[in-house]
Ligand binder design. Structure first.
Ligand SMILES: Nc1nc2c(ncn2[C@@H]2O[C@H](COP(=O)(O)OP(=O)(O)OP(=O)(O)O)[C@@H](O)[C@H]2O)c(=O)[nH]1
Ligand SMILES: [Mg+2]
Length: 307
């Protein structure tokens, strides 16, 4: 057994956070854990792989699976990304579907309900997120509307960014988890290898700095991570930003290298804060046409759900 001393009636289990892109799944995870684990951005389709995050409490262990927004698309990347959301739902003890209070229930939400939730015989709760952006009067009719859609065990309005109702959400989730010994050691909050974590932080900065469609043609691979020979508080990182076309490369680099510098600086500063080490980040850009169809590369990038 992993953990030997735990209280009676302890609960532990997997909760899949699912929903269409941009509803705030990753922001919810980060704010519940109180740490930046999953990258976020104002643009949809930010998360590309399932991110596991463990919330440790005295009486329970909630193992969240943050998933990519369920989306349409024919390339292998998109299929892989959606597959990771599907396999997370299959693994989960409980499904937490997230919708956006500002848009209400959309066609895409309906599809997720029809194609997935209704197929799994699993308890599901509904999170109505971004309630800080709507007035209370509009919330009640929405709660009423969604409660008729499906037998959600509970409906919880939240604001991930403001932290509203997250404690309540945690308590609700615990209610529906099975009794079980802890499944992860107390000091472990994720299974994400450091190199993928670093790649994700760099990709987040590229996502935030680059405009229009460009973020979607970007992938990041961390090629090496090395500690200083004498000083273990130094970390030397080599990373590549892949783009699909030569002209994309020019844009990512920018005039006199300004754009790439900006991405590198933002990533370095955040990694220094997150890892508590001095970082030397060596970042360059490579063109790899059709990388979204390159199964070997997709696996190397950590997008591993490929059959
Ligand atoms: N106002 C407000 N904004 C929010 C809230 N939660 C998330 N956001 C914002 O919504 C945007 C999307 O958040 P993400 O957490 O990246 O959304 P996601 O569902 O993980 O998106 P994908 O990974 O693309 O599926 C970001 O700009 C967040 O800051 C909230 O409760 N209120
Ligand atoms: Mg996300």
């Amino acid at each position: 057994m992993l953990v030997e001393n735990y209280p009676e009636n302890f609960k532990a289990g997997f909760v899949a956070l699912v929903g269409r892109p941009n509803v705030g799944k990753s922001t919810l995870l980060n704010n519940i854990l109180g740490t930046k684990l999953s990258i976020t951005s104002p643009k949809p389709q930010t998360t590309r792989m399932r991110i596991l995050g463990v919330k440790h409490d005295k009486d329970a262990q909630i193992i969240f699976l943050d998933t990519p927004g369920v989306q349409k698309g024919k390339d292998i990347l998109t299929k892989t990304v959606v597959e990771s959301a599907v396999s997370s739902m299959e693994e989960a003890d409980l499904i937490a579907m997230v919708i956006d209070a500002t848009t209400g229930w959309t066609k895409e939400d309906e599809k997720i309900l029809e194609n997935y939730l209704k197929k799994y015989n699993k308890p599901a709760i509904l999170i109505i997120n971004k309630v800080d952006k709507v007035n209370k009067e509009s919330l009640l009719p929405l709660i009423d509307e969604v409660s008729k859609k499906f037998d959600f065990k509970e409906i919880v309005p939240t604001s991930a960014t403001k932290g509203t109702n997250l404690d309540r959400l945690v308590e609700v989730l615990k209610k529906y988890l099975p009794e079980s010994p802890p499944l992860f050691p107390e000091d472990q909050i994720t299974d994400l290898p450091l190199k993928f974590y670093i790649a994700e932080i760099i990709r987040e900065k590229a996502f935030n700095v680059l405009r229009d469609e460009l973020p979607y043609s970007v992938a990041v691979e961390v090629e090496s991570i090395r500690e200083g020979d004498r000083n273990k508080n130094l970390l030397f990182i080599d990373a590549v930003i892949y783009v699909e076309k030569e002209n994309h490369k020019k844009i990512v680099i920018g005039r006199k290298g300004q754009t790439l510098k900006k991405i590198g600086k933002m990533a370095r500063e955040e990694l220094e804060a997150l890892l508590g080490k001095k970082i030397y980040l060596n970042l360059w850009v490579k063109v790899k046409e059709r990388w979204k169809e390159d199964i070997r590369l997709l696996k190397m990038l950590g997008y591993q759900y490929i059959s």
